[in-house]
Design a protein around this ligand. Structure first.
Ligand code: MTE
Ligand code: MO
Length: 438
């Protein structure tokens, strides 16, 4: 293609006010990025394009024609697609074995991802006894106790009930713990949260089909893994938005997410969304199981523990730039991140570049859904000085995400779970970004 035509199409594709050849030539790629960032935030005036940034080393500038343009590609990729081989960083961090072997977890690489949906292969994992390989033809769900009828369902029978698809986050209540070390990357700091569209049968539908007896106040849910993970869920929640989920982002659940059936309890701590679900026992009292007494309770300074902390409170995280990223040029940048609340919708996210002395509102991107990840973004200027980036979310109940010091004031230092505090990222004069808490 002649150079003239390429230049022409560059201009056509550019926003009208930028379609000045001189501007594009003078400023280079950095200036275009700056200008485009400013255009999507009209409150920011462009000012001077700043120091022209040299284009990155490129051996494929026109008129060179790339190797992949001169040869034929593979007719199709594979029966099940995988990411580009160049995307080597978008992988889960694996933490095999906590105290017991097979009690393991992996984190979502939040710093590599965009938007509110986590690809299934990158959803975080938490297993207390490894990932069982459950045969769906052999798997059964028993529902019994304070019901008019007790029943054992096959997967086929479960899927015959009317089903819904809903976008929600899932977060482990140990994301992250209160205790150092705090981790370098967004994944290490808070990668035990993911977002997905979950498809399943509202538990309410099945409970209405079976009939609830008077006195039915709790449902004790049990998994089919070696841990037989067991948690109690209040009946009001079960009749509200709990799902018997069998699909995740359009395909059947992954084995690590509970294939073929999991409980999905929107907005509540991840531990309650029992995977490989095999039993629901309708009871008058909670089970007071290991995972809701010895574990997953918040220990207070005076040695007593809070009885149940089900809801995941409002939280946000800047994912770009974040720990181990580097600002490569001076000028205007865009902070991007995610915010979520177990109590409903995110109504506002504020951001700060000076460690919380000054705040300004970020833009929330649609869709803003209840108990789902919400994308936010905000422009910021970097001229080589030190910055401390922070984000602070607010939800529709008016709750505001706290600083870590506020949580410690309220709960003391022995608390372990439910740390939803503001995460600082420090930008050094070199442009390198590190954990502001370390
Ligand atoms: N049966 C069973 N369900 C389980 C667990 C488990 O080990 N076994 N782990 C729980 C915990 S602690 C969390 S945070 C979530 C993690 O779900 P995920 O692995 O799909 O991200 O599942 C919960 N449900
Ligand atoms: Mo968890």
């Amino acid at each position: 293609m002649p150079n003239e035509a390429i230049n022409h199409s560059v201009e056509q594709a550019s926003p009208p006010s930028l379609a000045r050849r001189g501007f594009l030539r003078r400023g280079g790629a950095g200036a275009v990025a700056t200008a485009v960032a400013a255009l999507s935030h009209p409150e920011i005036s462009l000012g001077q394009p700043g120091t022209p940034t040299p284009a990155p080393e490129a051996n494929n500038l026109p008129p060179n024609v790339a190797e992949w343009t001169r040869t034929l590609g593979a007719p199709t990729a594979s029966p099940y697609g995988t990411p580009s081989k160049f995307e080597t960083k978008a992988i889960r961090n694996l933490y095999p074995g906590l105290k017991e072997p097979m009690s393991a977890y992996s984190t979502t690489p939040l710093q590599e991802l965009d938007g509110i949906i986590t690809p299934n292969g990158l959803h975080y994992e938490r297993h207390h006894a490894g990932v069982p390989q459950v045969d769906p033809a052999q798997h059964r769900l028993m529902i019994h106790g304070l019901t008019d009828r007790s029943m054992i369902f096959t997967m086929e029978e479960i899927r015959q009930f009317p089903s819904v698809s809903r976008i929600h986050f899932l977060e482990c209540s140990g994301n992250p713990s209160f205790l150092p070390p705090y981790g370098k990357t967004a994944a290490e700091v808070a990668g035990l949260v993911s977002g997905a569209q979950w498809t399943g049968v509202p538990l309410r539908t099945v409970l209405e089909y079976l009939g609830l007896k008077p006195g039915a106040k709790w449902i004790v849910a049990e998994g089919a893994d070696g841990a037989a993970m067991t948690r109690s869920i209040p009946i009001e929640k079960c009749l509200d938005d709990v799902l018997l989920a069998y699909s995740q982002n359009g395909e059947r659940l992954r084995p690590e997410q509970g294939y073929p059936l999991r409980l999905f309890v929107p907005g509540f701590e991840g531990n309650m969304s029992i995977k490989w679900l095999r039993r629901l026992h309708v009871t008058e009292q909670p089970g007071y199981t290991r995972e809701e007494t010895a574990k997953y309770t918040d220990l207070m300074a005076d040695g007593r523990a809070r009885k149940f902390s089900f809801v995941m409170e409002c939280k946000s995280l800047i994912t770009s730039p974040s720990g181990t990223h580097k600002l490569e040029r001076k000028g205007l940048h865009e902070m991007r991140g995610i915010a979520w609340s177990g109590r409903g919708k995110i109504t506002r996210v504020d951001v700060s570049v000076d460690g919380g002395d000054n705040w300004k509102p970020a833009t929330l991107d649609a869709p803003v859904l209840s108990k789902a990840l919400t994308s936010f973004r905000a422009p910021f200027e970097w001229q080589g000085q030190e910055l401390m980036l922070m984000s602070r979310a607010m939800d529709e109940t008016g709750y505001v995400q706290p600083m870590l010091s506020q949580l410690i004031d309220a709960r003391g230092k022995v608390s372990f779970y439910h740390n939803n505090s503001i995460q600082p990222w420090k930008v050094a004069t070199s442009g390198e970004v590190t954990n502001g808490r370390a």
